[in-house]
Every structure is written in structure tokens, then in C-alpha cells.
Design a binder for this molecule. Structure first.
Ligand SMILES: Cc1cc2nc3c(=O)[nH]c(=O)nc-3n(C[C@H](O)[C@H](O)[C@H](O)COP(=O)(O)O)c2cc1C
Length: 330
């Protein structure tokens, strides 16, 4: 009997298709539909580091208390931190109550600040795992590559010391030694690497002469999809944790490609906005149809089959493919 069962971060999933962190995973009703249509797990909408720090600062500034009066301001700080986290931990609790698939919480962070200790509350609320989205663009001219890399290890170390549930790291690719960095990160005790984070991209409104956000919902985003595909293919069997692919995955064939190069799971978001939550079922049916056609009864039978693991020098291989391809184009 063909099935799509798989393991991710020690969790048993019925499908490798995970709903990635996005606005839709903020609603229990929508998450129930995701489960119904066959999602393997759900990553909740991220709570942002700034949601703690900014809200706290704002509420202190907005009170009539003299903020130099420490007891009062400390009380307000403590209270607003609780309120913000309570909203999020309630979402986790409710999701755990209403769903039977794993619920992965998500924190979007860019520093190794105080917020780290709050990961414990997420664990206490019952999250099955925590995804850390380290949203950090190396834009500071005063920091070198080593400084930037160190931050990742510090954040992971802080969170790891606070909780016992599995941790995944959703990261970008702005490292000069990406393969080595991903490998080193995979040996910090994390259980999954999610490749790759999507950063805010600026676009320009040339009439209003204003900076605006580039479209966030990018169904079938070719560049993002192939970037993940390339790096999953390269990292497969070179990391000490699971791999999850994200970006531009919108069909069953896309999922199969990512699994073939070695992804344990995939994460989807944009397609659910453009084609509805029911597209999870279509994607799952396409995966099953392909498996049946190729006589695979389980994902393990084909996962990683097309990775770059057996290519002795992937760099030379990719360069030769590039030369072959471009030399044929007049
Ligand atoms: C509307 C929207 C909101 C998102 N919010 C988050 C978020 O809060 N945290 C996060 O880690 N990723 C967030 N993402 C990124 C997605 O989880 C996913 O990694 C990314 O969109 C690539 O997948 P896709 O091409 O299927 O959309 C968001 C994506 C969208 C479209």
C-alpha cells in the first residue's frame, strides 16, 4: 500500500508536505482544513522578537507612570511580555487541542537577546517543535563574516539551553562559505534545517517615488525553488539533521523533486494563498500518483536518489553543466 509517511525532527508525519509559517497558520479553523486536506504538520505564524521588545517599550512609554520609577515600569514590562506571549501560547494550546498533526511553533529573531528564555513558554504550551527563523541580513559594515556567523551559534545555544523539544533553523543563504556553515549549524544539536528563509525584498513605486515591498506571495517562484533544490542536493548526507525545502513549491512534481534531491519534508505557503488550502490535497494526490507509476510504496525508497551525493566534485559538475548549457545558446 503506497503511503507518504515520513519522519521529520523525530516526529512521525503522514505526509512530507508541511504548511510553512504564514498568516494562514494563525487560525485554528484554517489549520483544521489543512489537516483535513492532508498536511503532514503545521508551522505556526511566527512570533517576532520585536513583538516582545517593541510592545514592551511602547506600553512603558504610553503609561502615565514615571518610567524612572522602576517597580512600576518593571511591572508593566513584565505584564506586556506576558500578554504578547499569552496570545501566542494560547494559539499553540488551541492548535494542539484541535489538531492531531504536529504543531511547530516559530520565532522570528535577529539577536541573541532576552527573548530566548521565552522559548520555554512555547515548549510548556505543548508545541511539538520550534522553528527559529533567523532573519538577519548582513548589512552592517562594521561586522565581518565571522561576527555574523557567530550570532547564529549564540542564538541556537541560548534556545537549546532553554528547551528540550526539537529545534529547526530556517536560514538564509548569505554566507560566504554556505556549505560549511550549514554543516556546522547542523552539528549544534538542531534537528532540522529549513532552506531557505525569504527576506523582505524592496521594490520601487516609480510614480510615488517610494520604496515598497516586492510581492511576498510568489507561487512558482523559479529562482527560490531551484536555489533550494541545488542546496538540498548538495547538503544531503553532509548534515547532521533533517532538511526541509521551502520556496516556490506548488505542485506534487515540485515536492517529488525536492524529495529526490534529499529533502525530508517541504514547506508551502504561497500556493495556499493563490489556489486555496484544498491545493494540499491536489499536491498529495500528485505525489501518490507518481509513486504508484514508478512502483514506490514509501518515500524512503526514492528520497535522495538524485542528490549530488554520488558526484565526486559537485562544483565542477555544476560548472560544466553551466558551460554546456550556455555554450549552446546563441
Ligand atoms: C503571507 C506570508 C507570510 C509569511 N510569514 C512568515 C512568518 O511569519 N515566518 C516565517 O518563517 N515565514 C513566513 N513566510 C514564509 C513562508 O513560510 C515560506 O517559507 C515562503 O513563503 C516560501 O514558500 P512559498 O514559496 O511556498 O510561499 C510567509 C510567507 C507568506 C507568503
Amino acid at each position: 500500500m503506497t503511503n507518504t509517511d515520513c519522519k521529520y525532527m523525530g516526529l512521525s508525519l503522514k505526509s512530507p508536505v508541511i504548511v510553512g509559517s504564514c498568516g494562514l497558520t494563525n487560525s485554528i479553523e484554517k489549520m483544521q482544513k489543512m489537516e483535513e486536506y492532508g498536511a503532514g504538520a503545521i508551522v505556526l505564524k511566527s512570533i517576532f522578537e520585536e513583538q516582545i521588545t517593541n510592545e514592551v517599550l511602547q506600553s512603558v512609554e504610553n503609561t502615565h507612570f514615571d518610567v524612572s520609577y522602576h517597580d512600576a515600569s518593571d511591572y508593566i514590562k513584565g505584564y506586556t511580555q506576558m500578554a504578547s506571549y499569552e496570545k501566542y501560547t494560547n494559539l499553540i494550546r488551541n492548535a494542539k487541542k484541535e489538531l492531531s498533526i504536529p504543531v511547530i511553533a516559530s520565532i522570528n529573531c535577529s539577536s541573541d537577546g532576552d527573548w530566548v528564555t521565552y522559548a520555554k513558554r512555547i515548549e510548556d504550551a505543548g508545541a511539538d517543535a520550534l522553528e527559529l527563523n533567523i532573519f538577519f541580513l548582513p548589512t552592517d559594515f562594521n561586522r565581518n563574516g565571522a561576527d555574523n556567523e557567530e550570532l547564529y551559534f549564540k542564538i541556537i545555544e541560548g534556545v537549546k539551553s532553554a528547551i528540550n523539544i526539537p529545534i529547526a533553523l530556517k536560514t538564509g543563504y548569505y554566507f560566504s562559505g554556505l556549505a560549511r556553515m550549514l554543516q556546522s549549524l547542523s552539528y549544534t544539536g538542531i534537528s532540522g534545517l529549513v532552506l531557505f528563509n525569504r527576506f523582505f525584498a524592496p521594490d520601487i513605486d516609480i510614480e510615488k517615488m517610494k520604496i515598497k515591498a516586492a510581492p511576498l506571495i510568489t507561487e512558482g517562484d523559479g529562482e527560490g525553488f531551484y536555489n533550494s533544490l541545488r542546496w538540498i542536493a548538495l547538503m544531503y548526507n553532509h548534515v547532521n539533521c533533517n532538511l526541509s525545502a521551502t520556496s516556490g513549491i506548488s505542485t506534487g512534481n515540485d515536492v517529488i523533486k525536492q524529495l529526490l534531491v534529499g529533502a525530508d519534508t517541504v514547506q508551502i505557503a504561497s500556493i495556499l494563498y493563490s489556489k486555496g488550502i484544498e491545493s494540499i490535497k491536489k499536491i498529495t494526490d500528485e505525489i501518490l500518483a507518481w509513486m504508484n507509476k514508478h512502483n514506490y510504496s514509501s518515500i524512503n525508497e526514492f528520497k535522495g536518489k538524485m542528490s549530488f551525493n554520488n558526484i565526486e566534485n559537485p562544483e565542477a559538475y555544476l560548472r560544466i553543466q553551466f558551460m554546456k548549457y550556455f555554450s549552446g545558446i546563441e
